[in-house]
Design a protein around this ligand. Structure first.
Ligand SMILES: [Ca+2]
Ligand SMILES: [Ca+2]
Length: 118
C-alpha cells in the first residue's frame, strides 16, 4: 500500500511539474491549414446561378437599397469595382452576347485558416 501511494505521489508530482510547459506556445504543436470557397462570377445574389435577379441586386446595391444576400466579388465581374457596367455585362451574358469577363465561371479562392493552439 505504501508503494502504491509513493508511485501515485510521484506521478502527481510529475504531472504538476510538467503541466505549465503545455502553456508555452513553442511547446504546442499546431499546423496552419488551408481552406477554399468558391462562387460563380456574376452570381451577385449568391443563389448559385446567374440570371436577371443578379442584375437587379447590383442595381439595388448601387442605389444603396437593401439587398438581402450580396456577394461583392461575384458581382464585380470585371474586377474594377462595382458599378453599372457589371450589371450591363450580366445582361449581355444572359442575352447570349460575347462573354469576355467569363461570367458564369466558378471562381475558387484559397485562404489560410488561423492557427489554433489546443
Ligand atoms: Ca444569382
Ligand atoms: Ca466592375
Amino acid at each position: 500500500m505504501k508503494t502504491v501511494k509513493k508511485i501515485l505521489g510521484t506521478m502527481l508530482a510529475l504531472t504538476v511539474a510538467f503541466t505549465p510547459f503545455a502553456c508555452i506556445p513553442g511547446a504546442v504543436t499546431s499546423q496552419a491549414s488551408a481552406a477554399s470557397k468558391s462562387y460563380i462570377r456574376g452570381d451577385a445574389d449568391n443563389n448559385g446561378r446567374v440570371d436577371i435577379q443578379d442584375v437587379t441586386a447590383i442595381q439595388r446595391k448601387i442605389a444603396l437599397i437593401n439587398v438581402n444576400s450580396f456577394n461583392s466579388k461575384a458581382a464585380d465581374v470585371d474586377g474594377n469595382g462595382l458599378n453599372i457596367i457589371d450589371a450591363t455585362a450580366i445582361q449581355r451574358y444572359i442575352a447570349g452576347f460575347e462573354n469576355s469577363t467569363k461570367i458564369g465561371e466558378t471562381i475558387k479562392e484559397n485562404y489560410d485558416l488561423p492557427i489554433i493552439f489546443d
